[in-house]
Design a protein around this ligand. Structure first.
Ligand code: 1GP
Length: 242
């Protein structure tokens, strides 16, 4: 079970690196190359998803799984991005927003389909934080992010998510954000929850990643920068684990 792997890693004080792959951003060759790179670099988890979806997600996951044994999780940008070819799904409830479809509506529509699949479900409180620009997730979700200096609101939202029974909290600055999540916010959220903390959006450098893990992030998610500079992957993974 992927949830056991994550819990054990955190219990052993190990940080995890998640590579986010948006199938629309890849050719078959670049996807294969990235998966080989992920194997060699020590990536712990592969997340698959995006804001739109032109490529078939199932075919992309088949390619990923033909190259890599790294656990592959759906990170669905919408209801069309559910495939039983993955190992698990981050079932996101966008708890920073007040869009009922993304809090519960889409989950109701997808629930029977997910139940019939073999997917392990990882219920995740998804918290969008202002990251210095309007990101795709903000636009597509039609929700407002929490301002980056409103640490108390992020903390209260995360606590509420845990109280509601969600098993993971994801602080998201948005894909390609100018600014990563405020370190004080990471620290304070982590202090106030007892479930794993995932942080993503805008990570570009080893330094950003080291600071976020030091602040309390358990899992770091990186996507965009690796579409542009896949050669930095081993360095970013190493920074996450040090
Ligand atoms: C986005 O948190 C992820 O959903 C990753 O963000 O693409 O900016 O790395 P980046």
């Amino acid at each position: 079970m992927i949830s056991d792997f994550i819990s054990k890693s955190i219990a052993n004080k190990k940080k995890l690196f998640a590579l986010l792959i948006d199938p629309d951003k890849h050719t078959t060759k670049s996807l294969i190359d990235l998966c080989k790179n992920a194997n060699d670099s020590g990536v712990d988890l592969i997340l698959v998803g995006g804001s739109l979806l032109n490529n078939d997600i199932g075919s992309s996951i088949e390619i990923i799984k033909s190259i890599s044994k790294i656990p592959t999780l759906l990170f669905p940008g919408n209801l069309l991005q559910i495939s039983n070819k993955a190992d698990a799904i981050l079932l996101l409830s966008l708890i920073s927003g007040r869009n009922p479809d993304l809090l519960i509506g889409n989950h109701v529509i997808a629930s029977s389909h997910i139940k019939r699949s073999n997917l392990e479900v990882l219920p995740t409180g998804y918290i969008l934080i202002e990251g210095g620009k309007t990101t795709s997730v903000e636009y597509m979700s039609n929700t407002k992010p929490i301002p980056s200096d409103k640490i108390d609101i992020a903390v209260a939202t995360a606590i509420a998510g845990e109280m509601l029974g969600l098993k993971y909290i994801y602080l998201e600055a948005g894909s390609g954000a100018n600014n990563v999540v405020n370190l004080g916010m990471i620290t304070n959220v982590k202090k106030n929850i007892s479930i794993p903390l995932i942080v993503g959006g805008g990570f570009r450098t080893e330094d950003d990643i080291k600071k976020a893990t030091f602040a309390g992030a358990d899992i770091i998610v990186v996507g965009t920068t690796l579409e542009q500079k896949p050669h930095v992957l081993p360095f970013l993974v190493k920074a996450c684990k040090n």
